[in-house]
Design a protein. Sequence first.
Length: 118
Amino acid sequence: LQLVESGGGLVQPGGSLTLSCVASGFTLADYAIGWFRQSPGKEREGVSCINNDGGGTNYADSVKGRFTISRDNAKNTVYLQMNRLKPEDTAVYYCNANPTWPRGSDYWGQGTQVTVSS
């Protein structure tokens, strides 16, 4: 089971980024997928989660109305569209397979860095 995140980078406050999580070694459609993030000195926290068919989602209060999670099971990919980014969104973002929201399972990707700074 492998998860690979991409799409991170440096963006100015108010900007947007879209993260991707590509799965291999298993059928993505069988699992809920979550996005988590961790910044220096802080615990990893749940950002958003989507169930296996995309019919249900959850969001942390801090990102509601700004972030949107979606999935394309045919492409084995889950996305996190992030709008109106703030400096406090700066973190390493990880995807996770089969989380028990808001906690992750043991199946993590390697992470992608998102930095929001002017």
